[in-house]
Design a protein around this ligand. Sequence first.
Ligand code: SAM
Ligand code: SF4
Length: 329
Amino acid sequence: MLVDNHGRKINYLRLAVTDRCNLRCFYCMPEDGLNWLSRKELMTYEEMLQSCALLVKMGIEKIRITGGEPFVRKDLMKLLKALSDLQGLRELTITTNGVLTAPFVPELKKIGIHSINLSLDTLDANRFFTITRRDEFGKVIETLEQLLKHDIEVKINAVVMDGKNTQDIIPLVELTKELPVSVRFIEEMPFNGDGHVYTGLQWDYIRILDEIKDKYPSIEKLADPIGSTSYNYHIPGHKGSIGIIAAYSRTFCGTCNRIRITPQGELKTCLYDGGVLNIKDLMRSGINVDDLQIKLLDAFGHRAKDGWEAEQNRNVNAPAHESMATIGG
Ligand code: SAM
Ligand code: SF4
């Protein structure tokens, strides 16, 4: 079992397989996109697989594939298939924007992926275009339908943005009436690649909950699973549930069980840190597995206490404004 210097169990890896994306969500990246990483800068699937195999041996039980948009990377299914065969891995899952995902759903089901996070900030096609700067709403809804049809658990991620989609909070909650989905509202974080100035948080988890309670006073609190980043709720009579993620307020750091690997192989032991070691560079320099394991253990033994400390420890010339597509969410 992996335990950090604050006694927190680490068992969850988020692996970002690319920084590229087919949407341009304004809270994540500028309209012109990013300075995309070259093929050489990206971790290869082989390197990802080797890192994951080692981390699973060390105690990682759950891997989430993210990005950028994971399905824009060629042959993603090959990586997923290989990861799904890793001995000791209990759960393999994906976060996707759903634009290219629908045709892969039957195959995802076949390799044992039983839960997917689908990002969808609005149920209005025009607002979807304003937020993502692309006209792909229909394909995302098709993915949602395919996932439900194939009995894959769906968590819908919606970032709450002042002046952009707060009118969608209630319609998204209402999705849970007939659909067995979990709709999770996420506080907006400053990771927008400087596509727009982050003016500070207008809608924190308390304000989001108050908005829902106003319409649904009978909303009930559910127990939050260990390591959960969301406060979970249920409206009596609804098939699905609701989550609120205090991603900016950082109320969940005390039980944080996750680490991240960025598309260029940087290990992050906190969402808000600037990267603590580069696994890809170490592998390419010929490090052996035992020495890599020692370096990883050292990194897990020096984790920041929380996201505030991690942010403070960053290089002053590299504040926490990079695009979320280079982190993986
Ligand atoms: N492209 C995929 C997607 O959108 O689902 C996976 C990568 S995306 C970076 C992962 C998650 O991060 C998405 O649910 C997205 O909404 C969220 N995200 C991106 N930028 C964010 C920000 N500035 N604040 C809060 N959440 C953000
Ligand atoms: Fe792409 Fe996901 Fe970022 Fe939107 S949130 S731009 S879909 S990586």
